[in-house]
Design a protein around this ligand. Sequence first.
Ligand code: FEO
Ligand code: CA
Ligand code: CA
Ligand code: CA
Length: 562
Amino acid sequence: MDNKKYSRKEFISFLGKVSLGVLAVPPFLTGCGSLTTPINTEYLSKRQLKKLKNLVLEGLKPSDKDSLELTKGLNYHIIIRWGDKISDRDTFGFNNDFTCFIPLDENNPKDGLLWVNHEYIHPLFVSAYDKKLHKEKTKEQVDKEMYNVGGSIIRIKEQDGKWTVVENDSHNRRITGHTEIQLNWDTQIKGKSTVIGTNSNCSGGITPWKTFLTCEENYDSFFGETTYDENNQPITSKGYHGWEKFYPYPTEHYGWVVEIDPKDGTAQKHIALGRFAHECCTLFQLEDKRVVAYTGDDKNDEHLYKFVGAIPNSLKEGTLYVADTVKGKWLALDWESQPVLKNKFRDQTEVLIRAREAAKLLGATKLNRPEDIEIDPITGNILVSLTNNIPKGDYHGSILKIEETSGAFDSLSFKASTFIAGGEENSFSCPDNLAFDLSGNLWITSDMSGNKMNKEGSPYLPFKNNSLFVIPRYGEDAGKVIRVASAPRDAELTGPWFSPDGKTLFLSVQHPGEQTIDLNAPTSRWPFEADNMPKPAVVAITGDLIEKMNKLNQIEMIEAKD
Ligand code: FEO
Ligand code: CA
Ligand code: CA
Ligand code: CA
């Protein structure tokens, strides 16, 4: 059905990423299968071909330096770092991850609200809790830790090429481990319809109605997890950080997709999207305004899910599916219609809370840690980072490509294949965050774990520090993986997000110096400020290279329209 089919125009305008003048789809791109098939240059004019040839990127070599290294044509400045004041009340949280920028006025790409996830904490830095001393953590320490997770909303503006925080802007606020959050569900969970706090906010997404989505990933490390034995009896484990000692909140209140209204910070948890270690949540709006949401469970051998709304603009009324990538089928996590779920669970709420078990009962495919998901704005294919699965011998991961049948995002069948594999031959390992720029170039960050990087005998040794890569869509480098940034020591580059004019890449530098066990000898000093201590920070990456890559696209689009 036409109204369900993918429309690039609709998708791009939903992202708010390009101005109306460049919405036309160049004919040579509509037929292009994927990034692995470089564009057919016989359709290009001589002028276009010359431009393609001119765009040659100089990649960086792997580096183990304690600095944020950028390739030629890129530069950066810090927008905000951990502990910076955002208002008279609040400071910026720890371990910034996902970023998402929404302009306050669609006609001004240089002034808007930046959402930033604060995924987790390093107790030594945040609460001065030192595990080595074997002391009990105090309530004051737990409170500090809870304050430093969640997210920040900050108003930022660009002037003369530099983004700065508008201090004390009325939008600036923190969402933390203590914030009250409503459940978007009719049944209470563990007796509550409002719960306390969000944590483990890894990656996220944006809704068509311009709100932020922040995803609760490794929630079990804070309040523990509840699993079930063979007699279906619950067993609750403790969290690594031990917050439950002072705040015995039910484990079932965490592990959800959370929506944040940028205007007032109102938050709600979307139960219909299931409960697991959500990495991200990537939305597409169908022509009839129903929403499709892709979200993965970042744990070894867990699954990929898709929610399909039943009514317009709802993340509550609809069906959650899980992927069988072998048969190419979306399987409904629906208590009413699936006898195998009816046998095991009390009701649909329990199916959603115990989504991992329900998915396995339906025969979902075990995947190698699904991380970020992006929809290719040119082909409509869905790309999913599968970061690694070390127990299974997959050290370097891959990117999975999902092609929905007939390009319909609400299709119940699809084709799955490997888009690109990690490993030395492709220069990257452990893909994590993904972002497409305005031209459809694909940007990828890597997440090799800090205790395995730069270690003799480790499979990650050749890759050195975590990095940011781009796979250009056009030109001589099309399809190649090019390293464009290298992170400081122990850090991971996360949360890539382009400004609406495509000229700035917002990027988080997360957990520099994470391997530190003694504050007198931190393993990183980035960003080399007065106190000489490592600090997570959000940077703005700008420069000729980003501008050129986007400009090329606009020229091509305008020419194609003529
Ligand atoms: Fe928080 Fe799956 O990375
Ligand atoms: Ca991640
Ligand atoms: Ca992304
Ligand atoms: Ca990761």
